[in-house]
Structures are given as structure tokens and as C-alpha cells.
Ligand binder design. Sequence first.
Ligand code: FPP
Length: 225
Amino acid sequence: MNELKHLAIIMDGNGRWAKAHILERSAGHEAGARVVEDIAIFAAKRGIKTLSLYAFSTENWRRPQREVDFLMKLLSKFLKSKEQMIVQNNIRFHTIGDISAFDADLRAQIQQLKSLSAANTGLNLVLALNYGARDELSRACAKLAKNNSEFSEDNISAALDTAEFGDVDLLIRTGGEQRLSNFLLWQASYAELVFCPTLWPDFTSAECEQICAKFEQTHRRFGGL
Ligand code: FPP
């Protein structure tokens, strides 16, 4: 049986969900944030070691300013209101991506949740914020060059934002599109990819469980036989 240690999710479809319900796009993101909580609790209870969620990409700044502002506020609200859920479920909170682009208040909130949960030993909940795999790889290479380190696979992996989490075992993208959109490109080299049509606000822990259980029954060869 395949062990599922690192699950990564591209949470797509909030906008289409809102449109289908004749609502503003912001309502789709709000509904999406509720699912983030459900899936984090599910992953914690299931004993998954790391759950990486693509919450805001380096490309998402190109959205209308109104939507970017809304997503920032929603993130701030999420960080504030989920402290108890994170502590109760023994979750350790992390981020990947370049958060220096965020305003000081938001950065302080992120730091606070990281500190508050630092001693927790259960699920690593990793939010990708201002994250892009190409940006991450180029930052990692710059670090190695500065230290005169060899560009070996091990050194590159260790210089990535995900150094402590390792490779992705299973990557799910909701919303029906079949692409990786610059998410964890290095870490997902051998990941099992699952593209499901469900829009993120409709994604449930039951559907997630089905996908995880199927993953555990697949045979991964990592290029061997
Ligand atoms: C894609 O939906 C989703 C995002 C832009 C980011 C994910 C954001 C959330 C799940 C909500 C907030 C999360 C946290 C952690 C507070 P889309 O707008 O691209 O959907 P569409 O493709 O249907 O337009």
C-alpha cells in the first residue's frame, strides 16, 4: 500500500461556483475558505503528515484590485478565526512563497499563527501564499549560488521553501482544468495527479477520502519496474 504523507491541492473553481449560484465571485472565495477548514481537519484526522494548499499564486496579483483586496481580507479573517481549530487539531501552520509582498499586519498575523502552532506535532498545514514554483526555484538557486553550493538535486530540494516537507505524493486539482499552474513543479515530479470536476466550494472530505483511498492502492514505480 502506498503511504500518503504529502497531499497537495490546487483549489480551483470558486469563481465558477459563485456564477452558478448567481453570486459575486467573493462569495465563492468565502465558500472556498470554509472548505479549507473542512479539508484541513479531515487531513489532520486521517494522519496525513503535510497538506499543501495553493491559496494565492504569484500570478493572482493580476486579478482586479478589488478581488485581490478581498482575498487578502479573507486570508486575514481566516488566520484570526482558525487559531482554535488549529490548536484543537494539533495542526502546525506554515507558509511557502514570498510573503514579503504582503502588508505588515498580514505578515504579523501569519507569524503569530506559526508561533502559536510551532509545538504542534500533527498535520503540517502549508498555505502557498504569493507562491509560484518558478519563483521558488529561482530563489533557491540564488541561495545556492550565494553560498557557492553545488546545484545538486539534494541541495536544490533543501533550498526550496518546502525543504522540511519533501516531495508531494498526491496532487489534486478541483474545478476541471488539467494543468499544474506553477504549483510545486519540482516536488510533484513523481506525484500521482488527480483532476476532478468538482468546484472547490463543493469539494467534501468524503470525495477527498475516496481519492486518497484510491491513491493508496496504486502502484508507484518512480521510473523503476
Ligand atoms: C481559485 O478560484 C481559487 C483561488 C484564487 C485561491 C483559493 C482561495 C480560496 C480557497 C479561498 C481563501 C483561502 C483561504 C486560505 C482563506 P478561481 O477564482 O480561480 O475560480 P474560477 O476558476 O472558477 O474563476
